[in-house]
Design a protein around this ligand. Structure first.
Ligand code: ATP
Ligand code: MG
Length: 286
């Protein structure tokens, strides 16, 4: 039998586009036509299962899939035994408690003895235990924001990204209880040959992620300020310095984290750097 691993990704929703882009940036080709629930890569030993995100932790725990991409919120809520291999940096959101806008909020004791509607009963009950509040949790699977206005609950616990859905439903966010982003998870009992394929995949994911957070920087500088400039943009091993056609000037090429670049930009300019170009890096292997 051909040796191939299986990864479960969300079929459609707030995880799926970025999950599939990441796979594509890793150079892994596959076809995902609408409605197709399974697909095999044409150039990497991996098969895709397109599922609802709720089912991904369970399928990975059971070994139906070897890997999965899922939000930490869903992962912690489902409480299945899997390994988290990597945070992926997309589908960032938070789980928060919210109450009707007009209500005064004295602190988390507000919820004592109240009803809270949520799709995340486990995360919510863990939180309530931690802060020593007893409330009843009313589990509903969607449109949680409507609960207070129809008298179902005095507060809700749900995913917030911008807060606009809360506002539209007359609610205000009062406590953030959990932060989430997409993660790559794996079954806990993988055979060695599967682990080898996964290591190759992880190597590519790391290269893509490093590339994204780093930039290739090119600038011109008078030779007398090279020492200062090199110290500001040290790069991977050390910057490349090339002479310009104009005597007394050099071109400096380096790689650095984007935030580090912004921190140093004033000093670079003060040191005489000019003609600064910042170029995206597609992949980076150190
Ligand atoms: P499914 O049909 O697969 O069950 P769903 O409706 O449960 O999908 P989505 O709304 O597609 O879920 O969200 C999937 C995941 O994306 C969430 O569990 C969460 O981790 C993350 N997420 C949710 N809302 C946002 C948001 N507004 N911004 C970024 N990430 C989000
Ligand atoms: Mg879901």
């Amino acid at each position: 039998m051909e040796q191939i691993i299986r990864i479960a990704v969300q079929k459609s929703g707030r995880l799926s586009d970025d999950s599939l882009s990441l796979i594509k940036e890793c150079g892994i080709k596959f076809y995902n036509g609408t409605g197709k629930l399974k697909s095999t890569s044409t150039n990497f030993p991996i098969e895709f299962l397109f599922l609802r995100d709720d089912d991904i932790p369970g399928y990975v725990a059971d070994g139906v899939a070897d890997l999965g991409i899922v939000g930490e919120n869903e992962l912690v809520e489902k409480d299945k035994e899997v390994l988290t291999l990597k945070k992926l940096g997309f589908s960032k959101c938070r789980l928060s408690l919210a109450i009707p806008k007009g209500q005064a909020y004295p602190g988390v004791s507000y919820f004592e003895g109240k009803n809270i509607a949520t799709s995340y009963p486990k995360i919510l009950s863990d939180y309530l235990k931690k802060v020593n509040v007893s409330a009843s949790i009313h589990e509903i699977s969607g449109s949680v924001e409507i609960a207070p206005s129809i008298g179902l609950a005095e507060g809700i616990c749900d995913i917030v990204s911008s807060g606009s859905t809360l506002m539209m439903n007359g609610l205000k966010e009062v406590e953030e209880i959990f932060k989430s982003e997409a993660v790559l998870i794996a079954n806990t009992k993988l055979e060695a040959w599967k682990q080898e394929i996964i290591d190759k995949l992880l190597f590519r994911i790391n290269a893509v992620q490093k590339g994204k957070s780093n930039k290739y920087v090119l600038l011109n500088a008078p030779n007398e300020s090279l020492e200062k400039i090199v110290s500001l943009i040290p790069g991977m091993r050390s910057p490349t310095i090339l002479p310009l056609a104009q005597a007394g000037w050099s071109s400096v090429h380096s790689v650095l984290q984007e935030d580090q670049f912004w921190e140093n930009i004033e000093e670079l300019r003060a040191a005489g750097a000019e003609g600064i170009l910042v170029v995206p890096i597609e992949k980076m292997i150190i």
